[in-house]
Design a binder for this molecule. Sequence first.
Ligand code: DGL
Length: 261
Amino acid sequence: MSKHILFFDSGVGGLSVLEETRRLNPYYCYSYLFDNHCFPYGELSEAALLKRVATLLDAAAARLAPNLVVIACNTASTIVLPVLRRHLSVPVVGVVPAIKPAAKLSANRHIGLLATPGTVKRTYTEALINEFAADCRIEFLGSTRLVELAEMKLAGESLDYRREVTEIVKPWSTLSSLDCVVLGCTHFPLLKEEVTQALGGRVSCVDSGEAIARRVASLLPDASSSAVSPILHAYATKAVDQRLVERGLAKYGFNHIQLFN
Ligand code: DGL
């Protein structure tokens, strides 16, 4: 029997992490739960977010019985991991901003953190920076609009995404020594091309997807390689627009979304 991994996010962003994990571990059975009812998480208070995610994940772990949970959301992980690890009996892997790899990569020691308004002001984020990038100059940009754009892009909505993204990262456009951007929200790899182009192609964008895939593989090393095809289930906390399912989620193998409440 394949191991079962539950991915969790507020919206479609966690799919970028799930994709990386699946590439490395194609024979696991995957579930994806997204809390679209409380989207966007970047606008919630820390107390509200903690309560919401802890309650939802307790219920999800009990009902879906995963072998491992991935909190594929920086905004949530930077606040809920200690509580979830106390509550759940299975390993919990959290996605947090890729500050450490960015510090290794930045030749100019000048890094941009692009994340949600919640993540950029977290104590957890500050601690990551102090630990791994203390010698770097850090720019912070928190944007919920960018999260919404990623949702719209995946749903196939037509919009001038390049123009919108250029406007959002405009405060960084004159920072010529900025050479590395941390995509500190799992929605943002969906707009990586637009972000890179908006900054004139002079920055490297880093995210945590690959590191998470390796972490999952190290924690659940015995996946059967004889499974015929992976089993995928998706759950949302409120009804999902059919266009998002057909044009977006289906690309990741999720053709049907069940209501989870
Ligand atoms: N995808 C999420 C993250 O990594 C949160 C986006 C949101 O709901 O604000 O932070």
